[in-house]
Design a protein around this ligand. Structure first.
Ligand code: BYC
Length: 318
């Protein structure tokens, strides 16, 4: 670090480090708003991974073959692991796991809107892996370069695992599309229901995004919501066409001059309803998490007792 940087006030020195692409680490000085904004985003991300286990978990006992069941089990376990890395990253910012879970249960902290939709058929498992994990990867690849070290490092491993998830989802859709008429209709129906919610995963338009300007300045976010959404649409449309699926958007058209697909407007009223707790499954998802958390209390207590007996600090396993 140059002498000039060292003599700057904290805020300016911090921004200079960000501008120089240095990673911020847990014990480094950081503005309180940077810390709080990161806790907000990382914990929302962690909650999404964990709540996201529910729609897919719904199909573990009904997977159509032993192989599909083993793959789905592994995927759902991966999502739990992602939650774990992300909660651990959030904890480095000085918040406890208990507080994070409390915020989820009281509704103070959000999770990705998409997990408030039901998984009605086996094809939905394909659609979630293909579309939801694709959307997540597009976003998370950019987050590998986020300015906060623990978050960036968690993203590297998560992206590798998400790539496998995406392929298993697309493979389910491809298999169904090579099947009989009923199976093809099931795949198309799943795409029809998951397409628009998957576009909502990227959040509001750039001009409406409350946090984007500051998050981009601090390089917490590296690319804008609309920019990432466009990349996702361009990729997913080609993948749909390749297996004979029709994207449910009458306004979808290739724009030669932009070199991108133009696409229709998201139903933002629906987005608002879902992120404010009134989607089709919000109550069910939260109630299930609260129940599982309460039923797991004895595990946390047993681990704390075990650690105390060994004279080790209690591991926070909320
Ligand atoms: N859903 O100012 P904005 C997975 C909220 S899971 C709900 O643009 P920001 C998987 C936003 O929080 C991977 N809420 O916010 C798991 C804010 O509200 P608050 C999930 C949303 O943070 C299992 C307000 O709207 N990925 O892959 O700058 C199975 C204004 O928005 C949503 C992540 O979580 C939404 N879709 O940008 C399968 C990625 N969109 O907090 C797969 C990490 C917006 O002020 N997160 N809101 O109350 C991010 O990259 C960013 O937080 C977002 C939003 C792009 C989502």
């Amino acid at each position: 670090m140059s002498d000039k940087v060292v003599s700057m006030p904290n805020e300016e020195r911090f921004q200079a480090r960000i501008d120089a692409e240095e990673k911020i680490e847990p014990k480094d000085w950081m503005p309180e708003k940077y810390r709080q904004n990161l806790i907000r985003q990382i914990s929302q991300h962690a909650h999404s991974e964990v709540i996201g286990e529910q729609p897919e978990g719904n199909w573990i006992t009904r997977a159509p073959s032993l192989e599909r069941k083993a793959i789905l089990l592994a995927k759902v376990q991966d999502e739990a692991g992602h939650g774990l890395y992300l909660y651990a990253a959030a904890e480095t910012l000085g918040i406890t796991r208990e507080e994070l879970i409390e915020r989820l249960h009281t509704g103070a902290s959000k999770y990705a809107s998409i997990f408030n939709y039901p998984s009605l058929t086996w094809a939905d498992v394909g659609a979630i892996g293909w579309l939801v994990d694709s959307a997540a990867i597009v976003n998370q690849v950019s987050l590998q370069n986020t300015s906060y070290g623990p978050y960036a490092r968690a993203m590297v491993r998560i992206c590798k695992e998400e790539s496998f998830h995406q392929r298993q989802g697309y493979n389910i859709m491809m298999t169904l599309m090579q099947g009989n008429e009923q199976q093809r209709a099931m795949a198309q129906d799943a795409l029809n229901r998951w397409w628009w919610p998957s576009l909502m995963m990227f959040g509001p338009h750039d001009g409406e995004s409350a946090h984007s300007a500051q998050s981009m300045k601090w390089k917490i976010k590296r690319r804008s919501n609309d920019d990432l959404r466009q990349q996702y649409v361009d990729q997913a449309v080609q993948q749909a066409l390749a297996i004979g699926l029709e994207v449910p958007d009458p306004d979808l058209v290739w724009n030669e001059s932009r070199g991108h697909y133009d696409f229709g407007e998201i139903d933002w009223a629906e987005f608002e309803r879902v992120i404010n707790g009134n989607g089709p499954c919000n109550r069910q998802r939260l109630a299930h998490h609260v129940k599982a958390h309460e039923e797991g209390a004895w595990v946390r207590e047993a681990m704390a007792a075990y650690d105390a007996k060994r004279g080790k600090p209690t591991v926070d396993v909320a």
